[in-house]
Design a protein around this ligand. Structure first.
Ligand code: PLP
Length: 436
């Protein structure tokens, strides 16, 4: 009865993000979540699922950590909110800024807080453009992003996104965004020649593309891009909204490639999704120059930049991640899970490439395992549905030419969870394979 009541109210009032409005009207929500613990979530009917996506690639430390609830309660009781605008500050925001500065690669050390990834992206575009403006180069405005990239849905970040369906949806696209071939540094060089380095503010990239299908960079690609940026006075922005905080088996994905971005974008794993939080981190030189050259008011800031409760939760989240070696666990369990999923290439007829870094991975579904040819119609939605029926939540990439299942489970995953994940996916693939 509770479920039915909620379904009716949901259908009537709740406009869901990135969902089919018509499907919502016709069917209501498929699952109403009720509680969660570790890597598992339960729906209102008491059915248990392994959350193979950590919800939206974000619940990195796993569900049900009471310590986070406790620090949130403590902070809400002590001082639920204060602003960090002109002259004001608060201890959780100060300590989290210092912590993020200490743990991020190289000399990244100036931290601007946001409430999520889209805000981190749009803030970064404004900050780097402002930087060039105060450096006397106001015409350096273009942001170069990669095809297949996902950067969010605010006006700037949806424009930076390189997945066509997001552009087709809207007329809100902002000027000044250019997309390049996602694998070729040469394409970036050519673009610089055509457009002129003096018109380009920054190159923007997820080290490993997430929503675009978990695409690992080609060997040497990111290092070469870093070099081209240096040669041409173009800033390098790394969007680690998904990649960051242990997802790839290192604290930050840039560490796999020995690069230090000029600007690092964070969200999701910074609070493991328990509260809304994100950050833009600037390298020392950039941070210093902004202070020196921009003596007026920084005319950019959100009500919730440096929210004390969000920052207190973020700090505790990072403490748990470090104390419980979750980054190392992400690497070890990530390798084990990928190994088991690779076995599906032999155990089924339709599993193709399996790729991963840590607990960020993808499984391709193919018609022909030799050639990689895919089916004319996408098969992955069926597999995702069959897996869900059996208690494993996954996601298929709906907007790219490949037929790809992506995964991104909590980093607290155990070997037992890995086995459960792999065996459910195997059953789901075999069931769907029979029906083809
Ligand atoms: N950047 C990347 C790489 C993301 O994956 C996402 C969200 O999935 C965003 C930015 C946008 O973050 P948010 O949804 O918190 O605004």
């Amino acid at each position: 009865a509770l479920r039915q009541e909620l379904v009716e109210l949901d259908k009537k009032y709740f406009i869901h993000p990135t969902s089919s409005l018509q499907d919502q009207q016709a069917n209501g929500p498929a699952i109403i979540f009720d509680k969660a613990e570790g890597v598992h979530v339960w729906d209102l009917n008491g059915k248990k699922y392994l959350e193979g996506m950590a919800s939206l690639w974000n619940v990195n430390i796993g569900y049900g950590r009471k310590e986070l609830a406790e620090v949130a309660k403590e902070q809400l009781e002590k001082c639920g909110y204060v602003s960090s605008f002109t002259g004001f500050s608060n201890e959780p925001a100060i300590r989290l800024a210092a912590k993020v500065a200490e743990m991020t690669p190289g000399d990244l050390n100036g931290v601007f807080f946001t409430s999520g990834g889209s805000e981190s992206n749009d803030s970064a575009y404004k900050l780097v453009r402002h930087y060039w403006k105060v450096k006397g180069k106001p015409e350096k405005t273009k942001i170069v992003a990669r095809k297949r990239a996902y950067h969010g849905v605010a006006s700037g970040s949806t424009s930076a996104t390189g997945i066509e369906s997001f552009h087709d949806f809207t007329t809100s696209l902002a000027p000044g965004f250019v997309h390049v071939d996602p694998d070729s540094p040469e394409a970036f060089r050519k673009l610089i020649e055509e457009e002129g380095a003096d018109t380009i503010a920054a190159f923007l990239t997820e080290p490993i593309q997430g929503a675009g299908g978990v695409n690992l960079p080609k060997e040497g690609y990111l290092q070469e891009i870093r070099k081209i940026c240096d040669e041409n006075d173009i800033l390098f922005i790394a969007d680690e909204v998904i990649n960051g905080f242990g997802r790839t088996g290192k604290m930050f994905a840039c560490e796999h490639y020995d690069i230090v971005p000029d600007v690092l974008l964070l969200a999701k794993g910074i609070s493991s999704g328990y509260v809304q939080l994100g950050a833009v981190v600037l390298r020392e030189k950039l941070h210093k120059e902004l202070i020196e050259l921009s003596p007026g008011v920084l005319m950019h800031g959100f009500t919730y930049s440096g929210h004390p409760t969000a920052c207190a939760v973020g700090l505790k989240n990072i403490e748990i991640m470090e104390n419980e070696n979750m980054v190392e666990n992400s690497r070890v369990m990530g390798d084990l899970l990928a190994e088991k999923l690779t076995e599906l290439q032999k155990e089924t007829d339709i599993v193709g490439e399996v790729r991963h870094l840590g607990l960020l991975g993808a499984v391709e579904i193919v018609k022909n395992q030799e050639t990689g040819e895919r089916f004319a119609e996408k098969v992955t939605p069926k597999i995702v549905a069959a897996a869900r029926e059996r208690g494993l939540i996954l996601r298929n990439v709906v907007y790219w030419e490949k037929d790809t299942i992506v995964y991104s489970p909590p980093l607290c995953m155990t070997e037992e969870d890995v086995n459960e994940f792999a065996s459910i996916l195997k059953e789901a693939v075999l069931e769907v394979q029979k029906s083809l």
